[in-house]
Design a protein around this ligand. Structure first.
Ligand code: FES
Ligand code: FES
Length: 152
């Protein structure tokens, strides 16, 4: 049995050995935010926060997060009360298909937690592990900067 905290709620589930966290999240835990892109830590679509740090859930064994706190994009905000990053993405229309955004949003949230006033270089560095096939990079950078201003 594996127990951990998911978006603030305690969860316990029985999993096969060596299952990746991403498959646990999208399977038995029923989340659709963390996404499968490459499966090899090359795209960032699966990114979640583990103890506040961005981690690729596609390769992270679920067993490794026993007793830890995991946050996915679902844990950042809701449609009624979005995280400033989520609101800023809407305001900047940052994204086309949106496939990349779940991972980008959690990495950006970790950045703003450790550096509330990041410069463009810091934003670019934090989002470097993420690919956006739609080419929305400039709008995404603007959205993160906008969220930082609005959270200041
Ligand atoms: S699916 Fe995990 S990095 Fe691409
Ligand atoms: S908005 Fe489509 S992959 Fe980024």
């Amino acid at each position: 049995m594996l127990s951990f905290t998911l978006n603030g709620a305690a969860v316990t589930l029985d999993l096969p050995e060596d299952v990746a966290l991403l498959h646990a999240l999208r399977g038995p835990l029923g989340l659709s935010g963390p996404r499968f892109g490459c499966g090899t830590e090359q795209c960032g679509a699966c990114m979640v926060l583990v103890e506040g740090e961005p981690r690729c859930a596609c390769t992270l064994p679920a067993a490794a997060i026993a007793g830890k706190a995991v946050v996915t994009v679902e844990g950042l905000g809701t449609p009624e009360a979005p995280h400033p990053l989520q609101a800023a993405c809407l305001a900047e229309q940052a994204g086309q298909c949106g496939y990349c955004l779940s991972g980008i949003l959690v990495s950006a949230a970790a950045l703003l937690a450790r550096d509330p006033r990041p410069g463009e270089a810091a934003i670019r560095a934090a989002l470097d592990p993420h690919l956006c096939r739609c080419g929305s990079h400039n709008r995404i950078l603007r959205a993160v900067a906008r969220a930082a201003r609005e959270m200041a």
